[in-house]
Design a protein around this ligand. Sequence first.
Ligand SMILES: C[S@@+](CC[C@H](N)C(=O)[O-])C[C@H]1O[C@@H](n2cnc3c(N)ncnc32)[C@H](O)[C@@H]1O
Length: 391
Amino acid sequence: MANQNLTNAKKAKNDEFYTQFPDIQKEVESYLEYDPNAFKGKVVYSNCDDPFESNFFRYFVLNFKRLGLKRLIATSYKPSPVANTQLALFGDDVTLRPVKGRPKIVANKFIINEVGDVDGDGSFTLEDIAKQLRTNKNNEWTPLEGDGDFRSDECVELLKQSDIIVTNPPFSLFREYIMQLFEYSKQFLIIGNMGSVLYKEIFPFVRDNKIWLGNGFHAGNAYFATPNTRDYATGVYDQKTGLVKFRNCIWVTNIDHGKRHQPIALMTMAENLKFNRKMQGKIVYDHYDNYDAIEIPFTNAIPSNYDGIMGVPVSFLDKYSPEQFEIMGMCENEDLYKLKTKFYTSAECKQAYLDKFGKKGVYDLNASGVLIRNGLREKVYQRILIKHKKK
Ligand SMILES: C[S@@+](CC[C@H](N)C(=O)[O-])C[C@H]1O[C@@H](n2cnc3c(N)ncnc32)[C@H](O)[C@@H]1O
């Protein structure tokens, strides 16, 4: 249900999901644990972020000094339904206005070069930032010329001046969004869903260790605030918290962190067949009919002593360590990774459908790994093809 919700959101181009502060904090802190200087002297840019709404802006502004940031930039998007409607940054004090005035609905650019306790109350808060912005002292709050689209010339210009891009971009534009980051060779930490790193344009970057999954959301579940409460089925949108739950949400990054260097603890093939509850009833690992690889239905069933290629669930990526495994490709219908040993004819796809479902149809065998079970050709779920790294 939750996954269906994400698909619907994509279709409807409903991109208004706001990331929670603790999720951002937990993720960024995991990079700092690995390298305390990961953000030091860097220009961080959140380019899908209305500072009135965005916890990315909030987190980075409140931790500006601790992280040692050089600058923080945020740009908002004019068509956003919450553009200029929220006043979280400024509390209820609607009298606060930037010096040059603030047109009604515009996309804005915020540049923070300095933070500090300007009101002298001994602590640094967003109120201090509000005061600095009001007087434009060392910091900047100006309307953008255009609508704040991350692809617009003025936003690309800001992107070029930045070192690390950190945000939750619109789900519906993820592919374009990440391709732009590659184009400008930026470091980034962004939110996506597991399916998005499997896009054929993006997966080669995963295979080549140019991007990887971040530390992650708790148990893979992410909860976002949304202004569009009516569009969500009960059970997904929680009236009490005002949050929508998505499964399979991930952080995608090219910044190093500790978790990706921790190897998975593995048993041998014989031990798995004997002791792994998930392999119960099996006497051997299945071999695909169309790849020279064995089927591994659960990541924890990867054997420690198989030298060939193994097809593993997509969730493996969350545990992938480049020191332990090599990613060879994935099962897909174009044979982009030159790993297929067989293509099925359309007659075979029709026959496989008839055999399996007892009626006419086409079973798209070429789209995945295929096993022969009880004489029938069966597709397995989406699989990543991996090998143990040679020592
Ligand atoms: C998933 S929401 C996340 C908002 C915010 N980054 C956060 O995490 O709380 C994506 C945001 O991108 C904005 N957006 C949609 N299309 C955009 C575009 N072409 N350029 C920039 N921002 C866009 C939406 O208005 C929305 O606020």
